[in-house]
Design a protein around this ligand. Structure first.
Ligand SMILES: [Zn+2]
Length: 396
């Protein structure tokens, strides 16, 4: 008998995997990406029903266009050490993925849109809340679970949740980390640069000013001066910052000297950098370098990096929980962004990212998650929820 199939069927029977199976059948494509997108509505109904059945206090929090966060609370009289579990309900578009809404088990993997990003983590958290609701006497901290909307576009679910200002002493954000405890990740400053000239007939170009030529100076400055300078900044867990000029548009017609040109720039920041500061320094230096050039700069997205103190209570408890379960307890950094950095940077809530599956399979035509990792992540969330005491450890 093939041992792996026995292990697979055992894992597949785990309640977290049954929940994931349900979630994969429910389309929850972010409406930003597709005409036929259903949004998070149906997944929200599913999560809400399960949380109510578990006897938890549930709030349906409107965010935008009928899209609601589901917030479930398990209060045990320890609000000062409340721990948040958060995972998003939306997925990217189905795209070219085949049978994206029919869970398919193959060689220990479960395929489906959202399997690793991030319904595997969501399922584990749902299961953890249900288990904790049965035995609240095991808890040393209040638990709050937020299934959020719109992470894949503008993270409006998380920002709306944060507007509640619930006291929190730590947070666990579910994203695919291959069961690594992520305490650092990159953020970004995305912006556009516009240069301006003066239009003229292209047969008499000396009567105009060429905005594309002006932009060439900007692009050369970024490539030859800014890019090499980034090599000196380095984070131990996330590597170096990067900068990419990713689009360029200019001119209107072949026989007109262009009066405007625009580029968009994606500058990835590392822990220790702030996106606002990175952008303002870039602007200051660019204007100093090209003082004769007429230009403007518009921010598009300023997303902080995750930089959680390695000795925060949630990090220590996470390491302990992983060690107890025989899982990898080392701390990691990743290059992609998540809701955790907003919790950490904007509200000072020490946050980690943890979940089954790899970012390599996220957003791809072949999205899958290892079934055993779904089980292990669910067990990790439960272990962490039960053992977490916030900052009470120090005083007791
Ligand atoms: Zn995600």
């Amino acid at each position: 008998m093939d041992l792996s199939s026995v292990i697979d069927s055992e894992s597949a029977a785990h309640p977290a995997v049954r929940i994931l199976d349900d979630l994969l059948r429910i389309q929850s494509v972010n409406p930003h990406y597709e005409e036929e997108a259903r949004g998070e509505r149906d997944v929200a109904d599913y999560v809400e029903e399960r949380m109510r059945k578990a006897g938890l206090q549930v709030t349906r929090q409107p965010v935008v266009d009928g899209r609601d966060n589901i917030i479930a609370e398990l209060r045990v009289g320890k609000p000062e050490s409340a721990l948040l579990f958060e995972a998003h309900m939306d997925t990217v578009s189905i795209g070219s993925m085949e049978n994206a809404l029919i869970p398919n088990y193959r060689e220990g993997r479960l395929y489906g849109r959202g399997a690793c990003d991030t319904k595997g983590a969501l399922a584990g958290m749902i299961h953890m809340m249900e288990r904790c609701a049965q035995h609240p006497e095991h808890l040393n901290a209040d638990l709050i679970f937020c299934a959020s909307v719109d992470e894949e576009y503008a993270f409006r679910g998380l920002t709306t949740f944060m507007s509640l200002h619930l006291p929190l002493s730590g947070a666990v954000v579910g994203e695919p980390t291959e069961l690594g405890i992520v305490v650092e990740h990159k953020g970004c400053a995305r912006f556009t640069v516009q240069t301006y000239g003066k239009s003229a007939h292209s047969s008499v170009p000396h009567k105009g000013e060429n905005a594309i030529n002006a932009m060439m100076d900007v692009v050369r400055y970024i490539h030859e001066r800014v890019e090499p300078g980034l090599a000196t900044t380095k984070s131990a867990l996330c590597g170096k910052p990067t900068i990419v000029v990713s689009t360029i548009n200019g001119g209107s017609q072949i026989n007109i000297v262009p009066e405007a040109c625009e580029i968009s720039v994606d500058r990835r920041i590392v822990p220790g950098e702030s996106p606002e500061q990175v952008l303002s320094e870039f602007e200051r230096d660019l204007r100093a370098e090209l003082s004769q050039t007429r230009l403007t700069i518009e921010p598009l997205l300023l997303d902080p990096a995750l930089n959680t103190p390695h000795d925060a209570a949630v990090v220590r408890s996470a390491k302990q929980a992983a060690a107890t379960l025989g899982l990898n307890s080392s701390l990691r950094g990743v290059t992609y962004g998540s809701n955790a950095s907003k919790l950490q940077a904007w509200s000072g809530i020490p946050s980690i990212v943890y979940g089954p599956g790899s970012i390599e399979q996220a957003h791809s035509a072949e999205e899958w998650v290892p079934v055993n990792e779904v089980v292990q992540a669910a067990e990790f969330y439960y272990q962490l929820a039960c053992s977490y005491k916030g900052n009470q450890e120090e005083s007791s």
